[in-house]
Design a protein around this ligand. Structure first.
Ligand code: MF3
Ligand code: CO
Length: 262
């Protein structure tokens, strides 16, 4: 079953998430034609350590593989989990920046896709629709709603705009581990799936493709790309389900009463 958090625990998550989102803002400023992706990784690592936090992805193990960097990058047709390296960004690229950190044992995880200089109207629209689909899913983070309501919010908005959602990767519960129960798919049917209880924390992360939904993983074992070479965008925020409504954990607590989450 999914883990519910106390308000004191949520405050630690809030610190972790705030550091992640502030670092992503600094990275977005640093994104320019000619910049190498490993330079972005260096900036991310330095900022997280300066804030007194620990990188969450560095050394993270999945399927016997160890992730070797602080930041995940995803340029153009890359969907998620690209390893920063020598590649230089070019005018017209879009780049997904995905970052996590740990504060007092609690995780924050967030991502955004940003433009490198001037980009095509299609890329612009893809980024806008992906971020909107995340906001729509967050609006469903109220007690009593179900996981299918979140997935449906993402899928219906992406598909109404002619795009498709990735199935192979999902959002996730988050807390004292980066990935907790439940999985949070970016597709689904309203009223289906498990109910959201107060104090549940979710990292919601739509990955939306301009073409078909299929993805492939490259030789490095990490970088996911669209099978048809189409563009992909990714936005992620960590959110607590609160009695009054959703709390985006990188933002100040939005309600006047600080009710302990059951
Ligand atoms: N936000 C990503 C996720 O939840 C980051 C994981 S990268 C990893 O899947 F290296 F840590 F796996
Ligand atoms: Co995540």
């Amino acid at each position: 079953m999914s883990v519910q958090k106390s308000f004191a625990e949520l405050e630690k998550m809030h610190r972790a998430c705030s550091i992640v989102v502030e670092t992503l803002a600094a990275l977005a400023e640093a994104v320019k034609p000619g910049v190498r992706t490993k330079e972005l990784d260096r900036i991310a690592r330095e900022r997280i350590e300066k804030a007194g936090a620990k990188p969450a992805f560095l050394g993270y193990k999945v399927r016997g593989l160890v992730y070797p960097a602080t930041l995940c990058v995803a340029v153009n047709d890359e969907v998620v989990h690209g390893i920063p390296g020598e590649r230089r960004l070019e005018e017209g690229d879009i780049i997904g920046l995905d970052l996590g950190c740990i504060v007092d044992g609690f995780y924050g995880d967030s991502a955004r896709t940003v433009a490198v200089g001037r980009i095509s109207p299609e890329a612009e629209k893809l980024m806008k629709v992906t971020e909107e689909s995340l906001r729509r899913a967050i609006a469903q983070c109220r007690p009593g709603q179900r996981l299918g309501d979140l997935g449906h919010a993402v899928q219906s908005h992406a598909e109404a705009n002619g795009f498709s959602v990735v199935r192979e990767f999902t959002g996730h519960g988050i807390g004292t581990r980066l990935h907790e129960e439940p999985q949070v798919p970016n597709y689904g049917k309203p009223g289906r799936g498990s109910r959201l209880n107060p104090g549940l924390c979710l990292a919601i992360e739509p990955m939306v493709n301009a073409g078909g939904p299929e993805v492939e993983v490259e030789e490095d074992g990490w970088t996911a790309v669209t099978a048809d070479g189409s563009l992909s965008a990714h936005f992620e925020l960590s959110v607590a389900v609160m009695p009054e409504g959703p709390w985006i954990l990188s933002e100040p607590y939005p309600y006047s009463t600080r009710k302990a989450a059951s």
